[in-house]
Design a protein around this ligand. Sequence first.
Ligand code: 4IA
Length: 404
Amino acid sequence: MTEALQRPVGLPVSDADPFAHDVLEHPEPLHQELRAAGPVVYLTRYSVHAIARHREVHAALTDWQRFESGSGVGLANFRHEKPWRPPSLLLEADPPRHDAPRRVLRELLAPPALRRLREQWFAAAESLVDDVVSGETEFDAFTALARAFPLRVFPDAVGLGPDGRENLLPYGNMAFNAFGPVNDLVEADAHRAGELSAWVNAQCAREKLREDGIGAGIWAAADRGDLTHAQAPLVVRSLLTAGVDTTVHGLAAALFAFATHPEQWQRLRERPELARVAFDEAVRWQSPVQTFFRTATTDVHIAGALVPEGSKILMFLGAANRDPARWNDPDRFDLSRDPSGHVGFGMGIHQCVGQHVARLEAEALLTALARRVERIEPAGLPQRHLNNTLRSWASLPVRVRAAA
Ligand code: 4IA
């Protein structure tokens, strides 16, 4: 089919590239433009339909029958293109195949299963904050806290061995870039794809995982018949793909939010039990996972616009999370709002299965900081790290004054 024939009639159209560097660096102007253009906008650059309003994004996320994931949740359409790695049994699958792996992870990552980690993670957070904060001091809150803390606690909880953990973030960076187009960001890491995938895949084997970790729990579920033994390593791989970069950049979002909103920091110090709400509000406000695709399983009408069967729909989670039709004063980071209903963790049957793990990490780190840190403020311009999917960071310089 030619470009001219594919181009839908009567739909607002945009020639913008959501994966261009300037947009990734600063996505809000495009978000605003797409929300204003209409409920569905056709992106000529990639021949996909885009939705950026909260109502439509929420509706698509909760309608897995008509908006499938099994054809891939990136730009690549697995109906026509070979995936870069065997598809995830959770993220890139639909019911009924999706459900058994989901059930297994849901159990292993549910609040009761995480209770044994709580004390350890709070102690780890206190000790990390003690190492970093004393008197009045400047440091990079991205490397010293947001990146350091998940790497200190999460790989151990999974039961990963000690060697090669430095591969986790580069692997995640590659996987999250791979949901976008094959642009310079993908090409920059292409030479490491084989090596990083081989390392991650090797860590998913039963004998590489400590017996008391979440990874071993996945293998035990296979022994009980809840999964096949062939599925187990791929489910472990999901933990390693989805569980590291996301929390690192989610925590960075929270630290950035507090450094730039001193009155909200005072509020958290007065009421540290707000740590969890603060983290969700930071996820809403920054949307560490910015975008995802679905594929239409049938001709779908969205607010009167036809999205033809088989076409890819790009969902702008970050735009939905700041849609003024859904949120009051959406650009404000505000602990007094109720951020529930944000789509930063997705929504519906695929909604982040690890969200309780992420919240526990955030609660531990923010609580430790609230106790020790009287003031936190920017000490220079933060640097973004560009990724096709993640709103991510390279550095976050802060000045901090320790509490007396
Ligand atoms: C997987 C949406 C994102 C956090 C995600 C990435 C990878 C996987 C799941 C979720 O590999 O299963």
